[in-house]
Design a protein around this ligand. Structure first.
Ligand code: G3I
Length: 349
């Protein structure tokens, strides 16, 4: 694989007037340099809240969007065979109107399953048919607008066992559900980049080894798989150094895969340390992870799980994201841009 093939951040002047006066961002890279795409998960109710700061910041700063919940199975297929794409369609329309990439999240996961599926009793043959039909219908619906799919989310158990997560798919179908899902997604859109997206694989440990074993097995079976997503839900006291994450990512890129940071956030925790010190420490964590993606030329993007502390699954008081709840950029924002190689004319605070 040629690392130079990493797509460049679309270079364009970005006005961020709504936030802090006339701000202009430019990609600070020479033509062949590697600049990861900046992305954010989107909360549709905030996007449609009428608070222009949310949409303005998103479209000004970010080039990639991930719907935070609207493409999950419980939302998309609330009854067997009845699909509802309307909310996700509205996010895709916003992205298209602003020339942004959309990461589809997520096709097959052990969580956020519709009640009819969780409460049913299924044979392996039935569940395989449900899995394939779900993927086929969702990927086909978004063909043309979504070319990246988290096909399998969180397949590795988080209990230190190094086994596959014993979710419904695994329990009924067996480990083959992963290859089945990837093959179905590939058939539905052969042009799409297919991800396995995992958490707590951002630091060395049993889970990284388990994910590597899985990937090697899939590769040996010639299963279509393009990218490993590193969620990077890290903490001030648990995060990888640039060197650690770079090494982990390269273990996967050496297998011919690309990588992305897909759900980065860094909660401040509950210590009594003064806020400005916590925010500075948070910025350093963002910088470590941003630098890793910048250094690994097969790392195509860095997505944070939200972008404003006003909307985060961790709770606003945890302030885990690059923008404050009032939409002012935080030290983490500047640190991330700098580390990722995106130059900004915003005066540094
Ligand atoms: O919108 C309803 C609201 O009407 C209702 O009153 C409220 C009561 O619980 O629920 C609201 O929906 C919640 C939704 O988030 C919107 O906030 C759901 O209950 C809640 O389950 C849902 O949580 C999401 C979670 O995934 C499950 O889908 C989080 O927002 C989202 O950040 C989280 O994201 C996951 C990634 O998909 C995978 N990796 C980990 C990551 C964090 O957990």
């Amino acid at each position: 694989m040629c690392d130079d093939a990493a797509p460049l951040l679309p270079v364009r002047a970005i006005g961020l007037a709504a936030i802090a006066g006339a701000l202009v961002f430019t990609a600070g890279a020479a033509p062949k340099a590697h600049v990861p795409l900046l992305g954010a998960a989107v909360n549709l109710s905030f996007l449609e809240s009428g608070d222009a700061r949310y949409a303005d910041t998103l479209r000004s700063v970010y080039r990639s969007l991930t719907p935070e919940i609207e493409m999950k199975m419980d939302k998309v297929q609330p009854e067997r065979g009845r699909f509802d794409f309307a909310p996700a369609d509205r996010i895709v329309a916003f992205a298209r109107a602003n020339g942004m990439r959309v990461r589809g999240h997520t096709l097959i996961w052990g969580k956020q399953l519709p009640a009819w599926l969780e409460q049913g009793s299924w044979t392996a043959a039935e569940l395989k048919q449900i899995l394939v039909a779900h993927i086929q219908t969702e990927v086909a619906h978004f063909r043309g607008s979504v070319r990246q799919w988290d096909v399998v989310n969180e397949p590795i158990a988080d209990d230190g066992s190094g086994r596959l997560e014993p979710n419904l798919w695994y329990r009924v179908i067996g480990p083959g559900y992963i290859a089945l899902a990837l093959r179905a997604a590939h058939r539905a859109n052969p042009a799409a980049k297919l991800f396995i997206n995992e958490f707590n694989t951002d630091r060395n440990g049993v889970k990284v080894e388990a994910l590597l074993r899985l990937v090697k097995r899939l590769k040996a079976q010639r299963v279509p798989l393009n990218v490993i997503g590193f969620q990077a839900h890290v903490r001030l006291d648990w995060y990888p150094s640039t060197q650690e994450l770079t090494k982990i990512m390269r273990r996967f890129t050496r297998l011919g895969l690309r990588v992305e940071v897909t759900e980065l956030d860094v909660p401040l925790g509950s210590s009594s340390t003064p806020l400005d010190e916590l925010l500075a420490a948070q910025a350093r964590v963002y910088a470590q992870i941003g630098s890793a993606c910048r250094q690994v030329t097969a790392c195509d993007g860095i997505t944070t799980w939200g972008f404003t502390d006003a909307s985060t699954w961790l709770g606003t008081d945890q302030r885990p994201l690059p923008f404050a709840a009032d939409y002012t950029p935080k030290p983490a924002f500047f640190a991330l841009l700098k580390a990722a190689g995106v130059r900004s004319t915003v005066p540094q605070p």
